[in-house]
Design a protein around this ligand. Structure first.
Ligand SMILES: Cc1cc2nc3c(=O)[nH]c(=O)nc-3n(C[C@H](O)[C@H](O)[C@H](O)COP(=O)(O)OP(=O)(O)OC[C@H]3O[C@@H](n4cnc5c(N)ncnc54)[C@H](O)[C@@H]3O)c2cc1C
Length: 458
């Protein structure tokens, strides 16, 4: 039997009576709903946007799918890979052959591997920092980072403070700033050292986090990541209600009443699968305990956007370049070659610093991004067949990305409330995951965990 498409409209659109309401149709919410539905429970998903996928959104450039949010997957991301395999959605390897480019303080130089060799002294310094950072990360208990030895000390400082305290060289600090921008969408001074170390451990170490080969950027879905969300939503059919931002969740003796702009539901339980910062936009009645209220205000989303340019061929490959680059010039600061084939079209994707980019007029964003591509790969980059960008910071609903940039003193004060249920209210979302938190994989894992919690109570 073919499931009706999402948003086809429930039998009684005004009010539902179900076992569980899920708030948010990102990977976490959809997976929670799918698991509960498979166990025979009656579930409805309320999504504020007019689409599913959340931070996974596949647009197009030159008629080809282009992921504007979550893109890459890699080894040990078993939850999202298993889900995609079950839905028969194939992956392809990220193009990685050739030399990468580092553009640094006015000069550009090719390099191979993950970390560019700026100088012998720079290499020694980055090696030392990496060893110290990983040693701290290995000691963080993922499920209870506030219990780590020196948790308070680590959480009282930012990654930037830590780098200064261990006398990191200027070039090491600049390299780690690029890592912070692409990982959390913030500067090293904005993110807690405890959070940074836990995040590193949750990803399985620095190589796993940053590498293409054997790392988090190894593979991607040629048809885009959003098709995974769409396939799960198609299974759930009319149980996914789009354009339904949840405004209020009331707890009462029988469970919860969840009120969105479009529909309302009475349910035994609710799974709130939105980023912690966006919990603050929902009115909870009676109010959540103060720690939960404060948590939502101390778990801000970082900011990161993307620019794509399409060319008739991946012309940089002919010159021996991989299409990967790091730059300190901006607004584009990391690039990847996401071309479907060697014979063209050629697709360059650049991560851009949303803070300087999102508020610019469209024409200027295009000019600035193409100028960056050209300074890395030559003037052929100035004349694309197509150009598209996506500004997560200026999204009307649930803005921000890629994940939370958790500032100092948040984990030790509020971390234990991140996913602890409040009566019938349960929490999901990649930020609540212990493994691959911040990634699509963490979102899938969190959806499964929340579904199991609720199923055990139903
Ligand atoms: C630019 C960028 C690049 C990224 N790159 C990668 C990558 O390469 N690999 C990777 O694994 N991950 C990547 N990520 C991160 C990845 O996309 C996220 O970790 C993942 O999509 C989070 O899923 P989620 O379900 O936890 O949250 P979300 O996807 O944010 O889903 C939450 C949903 O809740 C909805 N919502 C919010 N408030 C309400 C409300 N009040 N009522 C109803 N609905 C509501 C939102 O609209 C959204 O659909 C990237 C993200 C961005 C932005």
């Amino acid at each position: 039997m073919t499931a009706p498409p999402p948003n086809a409209g429930p039998p009684n659109a005004g009010s539902w009576n179900v076992d569980v309401v899920v708030v948010g149709a990102g990977f976490a919410g959809l997976v929670a709903a799918r698991e509960l539905t498979r166990l025979g429970h009656d579930v409805v998903v309320f999504e504020g946007r007019d689409r599913v996928g959340g931070r996974s959104f596949t647009g197009s450039v030159a008629g080809l799918p282009a992921d504007m949010g979550g893109t890459f997957v890699g080894p040990t991301q078993d939850a999202v890979l298993a889900l995609a395999a079950e839905l028969q959605i194939p992956t392809t390897q990220t193009h990685h052959d050739g030399r990468s480019i580092i553009q640094w303080r006015g000069w550009a130089r090719p390099y191979r591997g993950t970390i560019p060799k700026l100088s012998l002294a720079g290499l020694i310094d980055i090696g030392r920092l990496r060893w110290q950072f990983e040693r701290i990360a290995r000691r963080i208990p993922l499920a209870a980072p506030w219990d780590a030895r020196r948790a308070r000390e680590l959480d009282a400082q930012s990654l930037g403070d830590w780098l200064r305290s261990v006398r990191a060289s200027d070039s090491s600090r600049d390299l780690l700033a690029i890592m912070a921008r692409v990982t959390w969408g913030c500067e090293p001074d904005d993110v807690s050292m405890l959070h940074a170390a836990r995040y590193l451990r949750a990803a399985g170490g620095l190589d796993r986090l940053l590498d293409v080969e054997n790392g988090a950027q190894q593979d991607r879905f040629p048809g885009g990541t959003q098709q995974i969300a769409e396939a799960v939503a198609a299974e759930l059919g009319a149980r996914v209600v789009l354009g339904a931002p949840v405004r209020r969740i009331e707890r009462h003796g029988a469970g919860v009443t969840v009120t969105s702009d479009r529909v309302r539901a009475e349910a035994g339980f609710v799974v709130v699968a939105v980023p912690p910062a966006h919990r603050a936009a929902i009115e909870f009645t009676p109010p959540l305990p103060k720690e939960y209220h404060d948590l939502a205000r101390h778990w801000p989303q970082g900011r990161l956007s993307k620019a794509y340019a399409a060319y008739s061929t991946p012309f940089w490959r002919a010159d021996g370049y991989s299409g990967q680059a790091l730059s300190d010039e901006g607004p584009v600061f990391i690039t990847f070659d996401l071309s479907p084939h060697a014979d063209g079209p050629g697709i360059l994707m650049g991560f851009v610093d949303a803070r300087a980019f999102d508020s610019l007029p469209a024409e200027q964003r295009r000019r600035d991004a193409l100028r960056c591509f050209a300074s890395l790969f030559g003037n052929d980059a100035l004349k694309p067949l197509d150009y598209v960008d996506y500004c997560w910071g200026t999204e009307q609903f649930a803005p921000g990305g890629p994940t939370a940039a958790v500032p100092p003193k948040s984990w030790t004060r509020f971390g234990r409330y991140l996913r602890r249920p409040v009566g019938p209210i349960h929490w999901a979302g990649t930020e609540t995951a212990d493994e691959w938190t911040g990634f699509l994989d963490g979102a899938v894992r969190s959806g499964r965990r929340a579904a199991a919690e609720v199923a055990a109570l139903l």
